[in-house]
Design a protein around this ligand. Structure first.
Ligand SMILES: [Zn+2]
Length: 334
């Protein structure tokens, strides 16, 4: 698996004590190094502003660029001196990842700042530019599936592609927390109807429910859609050690979902798959999940620490069933 990372990703800083901090990537890179998984690290080059306006509005890009140090939104997404440049470099990493994945090689972009809460004309939730949406647009591929496994709903990505059947968006998330969107009945609009899939889980949902969602919903829809490229918004804040959501996923559940995604990409689209880091604020679980995913494709297995299973009885079954009902006219379920 090729890893994309730029040392300058740690230069962007939120104000004061903040969960989305440079230590996240420092810890991840140290862990990868320790496990001998940093052989294939690719450093992205800067991209031009034209690469951003394929997804974002020109007004928003000018606003970001000229924004003085201060908050972009209500108080959790701060712009420091280097934020615009580093957000652009994060987007550059996303474009490199998709270029690599198109050659049939799995790519893992370890990005800061994250992107999935940024829409065409807004930022928020620690996000400025939507890395994965930019990657999908840059790919030039007419059938892209985006899987969003972050614990929060990927509202920005969903908004950007809500009426576009060329991008199938599937998000599993804790519903009722930030950003408040992501209900099962939000299935897309116009020509994009049916191509927006939300699985809104309640507090406590974890391993067995995600397995059920994969088998009953995600894999059948992907197999029916037949994407030519799979992109994954990988946020590890659904982990039970991570206080940012109330989900209870273990490290092995995250690694297993990633493995299933890679396996399915090999079956459906020649192994064209790229992962993009979104959230994940508990440093130790974040680092072990990233290292575990990276080790997968090297045929290595890591010894994991965070392996407790809190949901072994499919707590989220009804949420999955509701989503299936909302989409029954659009997809073939087994
Ligand atoms: Zn998140």
């Amino acid at each position: 698996m090729e890893i994309i990372f730029h040392p300058d990703y740690i230069l962007h800083k939120q104000k004061g004590t903040h969960p989305e901090r440079p230590d996240r990537l420092i810890e991840v890179m140290e862990r990868l190094d320790k496990e001998d998984l940093t052989e294939d690290v690719i450093v992205p080059e800067h991209i031009s502003e034209e690469n951003l306006t394929v997804v974002h509005t020109e007004e928003y890009i000018s606003r970001l660029k000229s924004h003085p140090p201060g908050y972009l939104d209500g108080g959790d997404t701060y712009i420091c001196e280097s934020t615009y440049d580093i957000a652009r470099l994060s987007a550059a990493g996303a474009l490199s990842a998709v270029d690599i994945s198109k050659k049939g090689k799995a790519a893992l972009a370890l990005l800061r700042p994250p992107g999935h809460h940024a829409g065409a004309g807004y930022g928020g939730g620690f996000c400025y530019l939507n890395n994965i949406a930019l990657a999908a647009a840059h790919s030039g591929v007419d059938k892209v599936a985006i899987l969003d496994f972050d614990g929060h709903h990927g509202n920005g990505t969903s908004d950007i592609y809500y009426s576009d059947p060329g991008v199938l968006f599937i998000s599993t998330h804790h519903y009722g927390i930030y950003p408040g969107t992501g209900e099962a009945i939000a299935i897309g609009d116009g020509r994009g109807e049916g191509f927006n899939v939300n699985v809104p889980f309640q507090t406590g949902v974890g391993d067995s429910s995600y397995g059920f969602a994969w088998d009953e919903l995600i894999e059948p829809i992907l197999s029916d859609y037949k994407p030519k490229l799979i992109l994954v918004s990988l946020g590890t804040d659904g982990h039970y050690s991570d206080g940012m959501t109330g989900l209870s996923l273990s490290s092995q559940a995250y690694i297993e979902m990633s493995k299933k995604s890679i396996d399915l990409s090999q079956k459906l689209c020649g192994g064209k798959i790229a992962f993009f880091l979104e959230g994940g604020y508990h440093l130790n679980s974040l680092a072990e999940i990233i290292a575990g995913i990276s080790a997968l494709t090297e045929g290595k297995e890591l010894k994991l620490e965070h392996t407790s299973v809190y949901d072994d009885n499919c707590l989220g079954r009804q949420a999955v069933e509701r989503t299936k009902r909302a989409l029954q006219d659009h997809w073939k379920f087994y």
